[in-house]
Ligand binder design. Structure first.
Ligand SMILES: [Zn+2]
Length: 316
């Protein structure tokens, strides 16, 4: 399985080939090709993961009318969401470069008036554990194996590099969630659902929150897998315009608008953003099946979400 990751991407094609397990090293290889090829694409790091991997962010457009944020791979088993966002960046840049339109949109107009910030892989450590397992020189290897029930099989790992579930580490409903978490026996780092010591304790989450606070983000799409649903509420709260936007997103994708229940309704990015900013945020559960979804699912999922990704800056 690891051998695939050493394969250099064929960079001759306009739209690159995405049928590879996307670990951090490969993500950086794609982004290197993009930065060489698309001089107009802005690239920066928002911070570092807990194990020291720099977290990349791409910005498409320099407009200040409206800014929005797309986020992939909060969870280790959800690398397919990173692949979908890379493919989107690739296609957006090709169409923009060629001066073409898509869904009736002139991307030059979009570029001048909007900004799409994209963090394709928020949790590079978790994705790496899930694909490659723990490296022998991981400084907390023994602790991680203990968190993983004594097993060195990390193929079901969702959390970050030290066992915190990033999508429970945001500052909404943290204490309520703690009580539920402890009642279900999660008292320490774990492969999934442990929320951390305090909100934004994890550098990945704190880096993303800083971007949201400083870049005047007006709407968020956060990609997870799986279920073909779009969550758009939190604790009964619906941000203005969310209802009408989710109907459009559902129509374009065929996904079902939903409201989260139980453990899923605390501490997530969408929860925090809706309550803190009272602006629309959507958790899109990509595809259907068992995580990690097979790589060949990336293309049909991308085609279902393509219009959503291209037109959200306009319908927001
Ligand atoms: Zn997820």
């Amino acid at each position: 399985m690891n051998n695939c990751n050493n394969k250099k991407i064929n960079d001759k094609k306009a739209i690159l080939d995405y049928n590879h397990p996307l670990d951090y090293a490969l993500l950086m290889e794609y982004l290197e090709i993009f930065t060489e090829r698309y001089y107009f694409m802005d690239f920066q790091y928002i911070g570092k993961s807990i194990m020291g991997r720099k977290i990349p962010m791409i910005r498409l457009g320099y407009g200040s009318d409206r800014s929005l944020l797309y986020v992939g791979a909060h969870h280790g088993m959800e690398l397919i969401t990173s692949i979908i966002l890379l493919r989107f960046i690739n296609e957006f840049c090709e169409i923009y470069k060629g001066g073409r339109t898509v869904y009736g949109l002139d991307l030059a107009y979009l570029y001048n008036t909007r900004s799409i910030y994209i963090v394709p892989m928020l949790n590079p450590d978790g994705v790496d554990y899930q694909i490659n397992g723990l490296s022998p020189d991981n400084p907390i290897r023994e602790r991680l194996i203990a968190m993983n029930g004594g097993s060195s099989d990390f193929s079901s790992w969702q959390a970050n590099g030290r066992g915190v579930d990033l999508n429970h580490n945001y500052n909404y409903g943290f204490m309520e969630y703690k009580a539920i978490e402890q009642a279900t026996g999660i008292i320490n780092g774990a492969p999934t659902r442990y929320s951390g010591e305090c909100p934004e304790s994890e550098p990945e989450v704190s880096a993303l929150c800083n971007i949201i606070r400083t870049c005047d983000i007006k709407m968020i799409l956060t990609l997870h897998s799986q279920g073909e649903e779009i969550y758009y509420t939190s604790g009964g709260k619906v941000a203005p315009r969310s209802e009408s936007i989710v109907k459009l997103l559902a129509k374009m994708s065929g996904y079902t608008p939903s409201s989260p229940e139980g453990m899923a309704s605390f501490g997530g990015l969408t929860d925090w953003y809706i309550h803190e900013f009272n602006q629309p945020s959507f958790t899109i559960e990509c595809g259907k099946g068992k995580n990690p979804l097979p790589l060949e699912d990336y293309f049909p999922i991308y085609m279902r979400l393509r219009e959503v990704l291209f037109t959200s800056p306009i319908i927001m």
